[in-house]
Write a protein that binds this ligand. Structure first.
Ligand code: OGA
Ligand code: MN
Length: 197
Protein backbone atom coordinates (compact mmCIF):
# COMPACT_ATOMS: atom_id res chain seq x y z
CA UNK A 1 0.00 0.00 0.00
CA UNK A 2 2.90 2.36 0.70
CA UNK A 3 5.05 1.13 -2.18
CA UNK A 4 4.22 4.07 -4.46
CA UNK A 5 5.00 6.56 -1.76
CA UNK A 6 8.24 4.80 -0.81
CA UNK A 7 9.39 4.72 -4.42
CA UNK A 8 8.52 8.39 -4.90
CA UNK A 9 10.58 9.33 -1.83
CA UNK A 10 13.46 7.13 -2.99
CA UNK A 11 13.53 8.66 -6.47
CA UNK A 12 13.44 12.17 -5.04
CA UNK A 13 16.32 11.44 -2.63
CA UNK A 14 18.39 10.24 -5.58
CA UNK A 15 17.46 13.10 -7.92
CA UNK A 16 17.17 16.08 -5.57
CA UNK A 17 18.18 14.89 -2.10
CA UNK A 18 14.84 15.94 -0.65
CA UNK A 19 11.07 15.83 -1.10
CA UNK A 20 8.09 17.70 0.34
CA UNK A 21 4.82 15.73 0.28
CA UNK A 22 1.45 17.16 1.25
CA UNK A 23 -1.14 14.80 2.78
CA UNK A 24 1.46 12.04 2.83
CA UNK A 25 -0.31 9.76 5.30
CA UNK A 26 -3.94 8.68 5.82
CA UNK A 27 -5.88 11.55 7.38
CA UNK A 28 -6.98 9.44 10.38
CA UNK A 29 -3.36 8.63 11.23
CA UNK A 30 -2.25 12.26 11.03
CA UNK A 31 -5.23 13.19 13.18
CA UNK A 32 -4.41 10.58 15.83
CA UNK A 33 -0.78 11.68 16.00
CA UNK A 34 -1.87 15.30 16.20
CA UNK A 35 -4.27 14.59 19.08
CA UNK A 36 -1.54 12.66 20.89
CA UNK A 37 0.99 15.47 20.37
CA UNK A 38 -1.41 18.07 21.73
CA UNK A 39 -2.57 16.13 24.77
CA UNK A 40 0.91 14.97 25.91
CA UNK A 41 2.34 16.98 28.76
CA UNK A 42 5.74 15.35 29.29
CA UNK A 43 7.79 17.34 26.78
CA UNK A 44 11.26 18.38 27.93
CA UNK A 45 13.79 20.98 26.79
CA UNK A 46 15.37 19.92 23.52
CA UNK A 47 19.07 19.08 23.54
CA UNK A 48 21.66 19.87 20.94
CA UNK A 49 24.05 16.99 20.56
CA UNK A 50 27.67 17.98 20.63
CA UNK A 51 30.46 15.55 19.78
CA UNK A 52 30.33 13.75 23.12
CA UNK A 53 27.32 14.56 25.17
CA UNK A 54 23.90 16.04 24.92
CA UNK A 55 23.61 19.46 26.45
CA UNK A 56 20.73 21.87 26.64
CA UNK A 57 21.42 24.99 24.64
CA UNK A 58 18.32 27.13 24.35
CA UNK A 59 20.10 29.82 22.33
CA UNK A 60 19.97 27.58 19.24
CA UNK A 61 16.54 26.08 19.72
CA UNK A 62 13.77 26.76 22.18
CA UNK A 63 11.30 24.00 21.36
CA UNK A 64 10.50 21.08 23.66
CA UNK A 65 10.59 17.44 22.61
CA UNK A 66 9.16 14.06 23.51
CA UNK A 67 10.99 10.96 22.26
CA UNK A 68 8.85 8.19 20.81
CA UNK A 69 9.53 4.79 22.28
CA UNK A 70 8.85 1.44 20.65
CA UNK A 71 5.69 0.60 22.52
CA UNK A 72 3.88 3.92 22.20
CA UNK A 73 0.68 2.48 20.74
CA UNK A 74 -0.57 5.60 18.94
CA UNK A 75 2.80 5.94 17.32
CA UNK A 76 3.22 2.32 16.27
CA UNK A 77 1.40 2.86 12.98
CA UNK A 78 3.69 5.76 12.14
CA UNK A 79 6.76 3.79 13.21
CA UNK A 80 5.60 0.92 10.97
CA UNK A 81 5.37 3.33 8.05
CA UNK A 82 8.92 4.52 8.77
CA UNK A 83 10.20 0.97 9.19
CA UNK A 84 8.75 0.18 5.74
CA UNK A 85 10.56 3.19 4.31
CA UNK A 86 13.80 2.13 6.00
CA UNK A 87 13.60 -1.31 4.38
CA UNK A 88 12.66 0.14 1.01
CA UNK A 89 15.59 2.59 1.05
CA UNK A 90 17.97 -0.15 2.10
CA UNK A 91 16.85 -2.43 -0.75
CA UNK A 92 16.76 0.29 -3.38
CA UNK A 93 19.84 2.32 -2.44
CA UNK A 94 21.90 0.03 -0.17
CA UNK A 95 21.95 2.71 2.50
CA UNK A 96 22.44 0.24 5.35
CA UNK A 97 20.07 2.18 7.62
CA UNK A 98 20.08 0.41 10.98
CA UNK A 99 17.22 2.09 12.84
CA UNK A 100 14.87 5.04 13.08
CA UNK A 101 14.62 7.42 16.03
CA UNK A 102 12.00 10.12 16.36
CA UNK A 103 10.57 12.72 18.69
CA UNK A 104 7.55 14.94 18.85
CA UNK A 105 8.48 18.61 18.99
CA UNK A 106 6.39 21.40 20.42
CA UNK A 107 7.08 25.04 19.59
CA UNK A 108 5.17 27.62 21.56
CA UNK A 109 4.80 31.33 20.87
CA UNK A 110 8.25 32.67 19.90
CA UNK A 111 10.00 29.29 19.75
CA UNK A 112 12.47 28.72 16.92
CA UNK A 113 15.35 26.50 15.81
CA UNK A 114 18.37 28.23 14.29
CA UNK A 115 19.86 27.12 10.99
CA UNK A 116 21.61 23.78 11.42
CA UNK A 117 22.53 20.47 9.80
CA UNK A 118 21.21 17.24 11.31
CA UNK A 119 24.47 15.42 10.55
CA UNK A 120 27.99 16.49 9.77
CA UNK A 121 29.94 15.10 6.87
CA UNK A 122 32.27 12.30 7.84
CA UNK A 123 30.40 11.78 11.10
CA UNK A 124 27.96 9.20 9.87
CA UNK A 125 25.08 8.51 12.17
CA UNK A 126 21.98 10.34 10.95
CA UNK A 127 21.59 9.80 7.20
CA UNK A 128 18.00 10.62 6.28
CA UNK A 129 15.77 13.12 8.11
CA UNK A 130 11.98 13.09 8.18
CA UNK A 131 9.66 15.78 9.52
CA UNK A 132 5.91 15.23 9.69
CA UNK A 133 3.73 18.22 10.56
CA UNK A 134 0.64 17.97 12.73
CA UNK A 135 -1.04 21.37 12.63
CA UNK A 136 -4.56 21.64 11.29
CA UNK A 137 -5.53 25.03 9.93
CA UNK A 138 -2.11 26.61 10.30
CA UNK A 139 -2.42 30.25 9.25
CA UNK A 140 0.21 32.31 7.48
CA UNK A 141 0.45 34.74 10.40
CA UNK A 142 1.41 31.79 12.62
CA UNK A 143 4.89 31.79 11.04
CA UNK A 144 6.92 28.74 12.08
CA UNK A 145 7.88 27.80 8.53
CA UNK A 146 10.75 25.41 7.85
CA UNK A 147 13.35 27.05 5.60
CA UNK A 148 15.52 24.64 3.66
CA UNK A 149 18.86 25.71 2.16
CA UNK A 150 21.08 24.01 -0.37
CA UNK A 151 24.75 23.18 0.09
CA UNK A 152 25.70 26.69 -1.03
CA UNK A 153 23.41 28.08 1.70
CA UNK A 154 20.88 29.39 -0.80
CA UNK A 155 17.28 29.19 0.39
CA UNK A 156 15.48 26.61 -1.76
CA UNK A 157 12.20 25.83 0.04
CA UNK A 158 9.85 27.33 2.59
CA UNK A 159 7.55 24.72 4.12
CA UNK A 160 4.32 25.60 5.92
CA UNK A 161 3.86 23.14 8.83
CA UNK A 162 0.42 21.95 7.75
CA UNK A 163 -0.97 18.67 9.11
CA UNK A 164 0.01 15.78 6.85
CA UNK A 165 2.98 17.46 5.17
CA UNK A 166 6.01 15.18 5.25
CA UNK A 167 9.52 16.40 4.45
CA UNK A 168 12.33 13.92 3.81
CA UNK A 169 15.92 14.95 3.12
CA UNK A 170 19.54 13.81 3.32
CA UNK A 171 20.66 14.79 6.82
CA UNK A 172 24.13 16.07 5.92
CA UNK A 173 23.23 18.07 2.80
CA UNK A 174 20.52 20.55 3.73
CA UNK A 175 20.91 23.24 6.36
CA UNK A 176 17.46 24.17 7.66
CA UNK A 177 15.83 26.35 10.30
CA UNK A 178 12.46 26.86 11.94
CA UNK A 179 11.25 30.47 11.94
CA UNK A 180 9.70 31.73 15.19
CA UNK A 181 6.22 30.27 15.63
CA UNK A 182 3.38 32.52 16.68
CA UNK A 183 1.10 29.71 17.80
CA UNK A 184 1.57 26.19 19.17
CA UNK A 185 3.34 24.14 16.50
CA UNK A 186 3.61 20.34 16.54
CA UNK A 187 5.75 18.00 14.45
CA UNK A 188 7.51 14.66 14.55
CA UNK A 189 11.17 14.85 13.55
CA UNK A 190 12.92 11.54 12.89
CA UNK A 191 16.19 10.19 11.62
CA UNK A 192 17.27 7.01 9.86
CA UNK A 193 20.69 6.11 11.20
CA UNK A 194 23.56 3.83 10.27
CA UNK A 195 25.09 3.26 13.70
CA UNK A 196 23.91 0.94 16.47
CA UNK A 197 21.54 2.03 19.20
C1 OGA B 1 14.95 19.14 13.98
C2 OGA B 1 14.30 20.01 12.98
C3 OGA B 1 12.31 20.89 11.96
C4 OGA B 1 10.86 21.14 12.21
O1 OGA B 1 14.30 18.76 14.98
O2 OGA B 1 16.15 18.81 13.78
O3 OGA B 1 15.00 20.54 12.15
O4 OGA B 1 10.26 21.77 11.31
N1 OGA B 1 12.96 20.18 12.98
O5 OGA B 1 10.31 20.77 13.25
MN1 MN C 1 16.96 19.55 12.00
Amino acid sequence: MNENLYSKITDALVDDGYIILENALPKELTQKLSDYAKQSSNYTNAGISSSKNLHIDTSKRSDKTLWIDEDGSVCSEYLAFCEGLRNYLNHALYLGLTYYEAHFARYEEGDFYEKHLDAFKGNKNRVVTTVLYLNEEWREENGGELLIYDEANKEIQKVVPNAGTLVVFLSDKFPHEVLPAKGKRHSIAGWFRVDRR
